[in-house]
Ligand binder design. Structure first.
Ligand code: NCD
Length: 307
């Protein structure tokens, strides 16, 4: 059974196909309105979410399908000690596809091994978040027209930010990509990502703490929230949470066609004064996420022979 746990589970050709499907859904939504008629998506969210969960749900409804879910992790049998594997086996009896978010790294993989239906990882701890990357990729494609020849600044919590890890994985497959990794010392990209992805693929990158110095060369600036829920102590969080706040002044030396991205939710990282700047793309990412999730649900249900 085909599941998507990591963005690398999808080949570059498959990413291109998903983008083509999403663009077609944007242009011809009526063509897809019954594509998953009477099929069921189960959303299993063991961590808070607004966009990811609601966009999966909206995606399934717009494909003509239904959604079942648990009201919260605390209200499910996980609170009684049920394992992720048993929950996944159980839900396989009720639904056709699962979208799962869990605080533990690797939980989605465990669910996928146990489930009889496709599982989509909607975020596993500080590890990865492939469908946010699908949203990011469609946004980059629609803004830049290509995935090649880009200098990408990733700024904020690069240690715990799972969206950052997945985006690095995905963009490392394209030509002439350079990363500028902007973070406090304590929140640098984990060494496994640098070793297994950036170094293996010989992708040029620099690490810096200085956002303004990096600004002029960036084609994309991907801001992130400091991931409070992954910190061991609140003092460290409080010290680091406002390390980077993007304001109009800090954009003074930015390229006129910079794309400013953020997976959201934002806390303080981007001043609301930037929201009306034509370079702000974060609410476009939200919408693009729904279309890419529609494309992914369609693909996995077709491959499973469900539709
Ligand atoms: C992200 C996440 O959950 O990792 N949110 C999202 O899905 N758009 C980013 C975050 O929580 O900071």
């Amino acid at each position: 059974m085909r599941s998507v746990i990591d963005v690398l589970d999808l080949s570059t050709q498959e990413l291109d196909e998903l983008i083509a499907t999403a663009n077609d859904i944007i242009d011809n939504p009526e063509k897809y309105q019954d594509a998953c008629k009477r099929k069921k998506l189960a959303t299993l969210f063991f961590e808070p979410s607004t966009r990811t969960r609601m966009s999966f749900e909206a995606a399934m409804y717009e494909l003509g399908g239904h959604v079942i879910s648990m009201s919260s992790a605390g209200a499910s049998s996980a609170a009684k000690g049920e394992s992720v594997a048993d929950t996944a086996k159980t839900v396989s009896c009720y639904a056709d596809i699962i979208a799962m978010r869990h605080p533990k790294e690797g939980a989605a993989l465990v669910a996928a091994k146990a489930a009889k239906i496709p599982v989509i990882n909607a975020g596993d701890g500080g590890h990865c978040h492939p469908t946010q990357t699908l949203a990011d990729l469609l946004t980059i494609y629609r803004e830049k027209g290509s995935f090649n020849n880009l200098t990408i600044g990733l700024c904020g919590d690069l240690k715990f930010g799972r969206t950052v890890h997945s985006l690095i994985n995905a963009m490392s497959r394209y030509d002439n990509i350079k990363f500028v990794l902007i973070s406090p010392e304590e929140l640098k990209v984990p060494s496994y990502v640098k070793k297994d992805v950036l170094q293996v693929k010989r992708i040029p990158y620099i690490q810096t703490t200085d956002l303004e110095e990096a600004m002029p060369e960036l084609d994309i600036l991907y801001m992130t929230r400091v991931q409070r829920e992954r910190f061991f102590n609140e003092e460290d969080y409080l010290r680091l949470k406002d390390s980077y706040i993007l304001t109009p002044e800090k954009l003074r030396n930015a390229k006129p066609d910079l794309s400013i991205m953020h997976p959201l939710p934002r806390v303080n990282e981007i001043s609301v004064a930037i929201d009306d700047d034509p370079r702000a793309c974060y609410f476009k990412q939200v919408l693009n996420g729904k279309y890419m999730r529609m494309a992914l649900i369609l693909k996995l249900l077709k491959e499973a022979g469900t539709i």
